[in-house]
Design a protein around this ligand. Structure first.
Ligand code: NAP
Length: 316
């Protein structure tokens, strides 16, 4: 039997959870063991994690019984929901409640809940600067997570609320990267005006989470905000230009134009960027670069991330 403390990781085959599993397995102090939670232990990604040394356990965030079994005996649990799989804040809240209940039943000592702001604390539903979406949200994929914070707290689960940031990986996988304009010049389209956007290498979220678990309870009951850098659209475009060796312009559009782009969730994303632009000092101020680097000394800058990932950014 291993004497290592087990961290059960939801979303282990994905960006945030995968980063944490790899961080645990690569940690030279070997303080923790990684329990990778997946719906399908026989998938190639799950098998890859098993090969790296993770214990792979099947569970579904929609099934509290499966989560309770998967959390059994664990010291810690990393909890995350998957908004873009269903676009429903209510479902995210129900899934958060399942994870909080499972953590309570299993007696988990430290939960990290990967959350985001409930933007309605800054912008009331009656405020017409941005449309209300799905009847009662301003930024659905933020508000449900933020509202779910209180579920963990109400159940008395020892929790750290981890406020994450925009993944730079969205330039690869989410269609948010630079695209050629009518003149053929690449343009990075973001409705951020001249305000900085907290961003992070997705892989660094898990590394920061490991730093939180290693801090022996210091962050239980606290909110921690993380980012790799706070860069304006112009600075992001300049970084892309340097890395790609090809001009990338910042195309600053109004949020209402972004909302009209028509891809699924464009209205939610447009509201999100507007929230980050219009409440910029609060949003940026909640994500300390210094603390992020203390938790994760390998924290990447945008330039460092680009050097590793620029060839994966689709440009046409
Ligand atoms: N993109 C960004 O910039 C950004 C920034 C901050 C926060 N976020 C938030 O991050 C969350 C997604 O995290 P991520 O990017 O790490 O996800 P991801 O890379 O899309 O990974 C999702 C993983 O979750 C697992 N999963 C999906 N549904 C599940 C279920 N019902 N039960 C158990 N596991 C399930 C899947 O694993 P299996 O198939 O193996 O089960 C999948 O590999 C979203 O809620 C999003 O709002 C995103």
């Amino acid at each position: 039997m291993s004497a290592k403390k087990v961290i059960a990781v939801v979303g282990a085959t994905g960006a945030q959870g995968g980063g944490l599993v790899r961080a645990i397995l690569n940690d030279k102090t070997a303080e923790f063991a990684a329990r990778a939670i997946t719906r399908d232990a026989s998938s190639p990604k799950a098998k890859e994690l098993a090969k790296l040394g993770a214990e792979v356990v099947a569970a579904d965030v929609d099934d509290v019984g499966s989560l309770t079994r998967a959390f059994a005996g664990a010291y810690g649990a990393f909890c995350v929901t998957f908004f873009w799989a269903h676009f429903s804040p209510e479902k995210e809240m129900a899934e958060a409640a399942n994870m909080a209940e499972a953590a309570k039943q299993a007696g988990v000592k430290h939960v990290i809940w990967s959350t985001l702001e409930d933007t309605r604390k800054w912008i009331a539903l009656s405020d017409n600067r941005m449309p209300t979406l799905q009847g009662k949200y301003k930024v659905p994929h933020y508000d449900g997570k933020g509202e779910a914070n209180k579920i963990f707290l109400a159940k008395g689960v020892p929790t750290t609320l981890l406020n994450t940031s925009f993944y730079w990986d969205n330039f690869i996988y989410f269609g948010a990267g630079p695209k050629p304009g009518p003149d053929g010049v690449l343009a990075l389209t973001l409705p951020m005006g001249d305000k900085p956007l907290p961003g992070i290498a997705a892989e660094d979220i898990g590394k920061c989470a490991l730093g939180i678990f290693k801090a022996k309870g210091e962050y239980i009951g606290k909110s921690v905000g993380i980012a790799g850098e706070h860069l304006t659209g112009a600075q992001l475009a300049a970084g892309l230009t340097r890395a790609l060796g090809r001009e990338v312009r910042y195309n600053d559009v109004p949020p209402e134009v972004y909302r009209s782009f028509g891809f699924p969730g464009a209205d939610d994303m447009g509201n999100m960027f507007q929230f980050k632009r219009d409440f910029n000092s609060a949003y940026v101020g909640a994500r300390s670069l210094e603390l992020s680097r203390r938790l994760n000394p390998e924290l990447q800058t945008f330039d460092a991330w680009l050097q590793k990932n620029k060839s994966k950014i689709p440009l046409e």
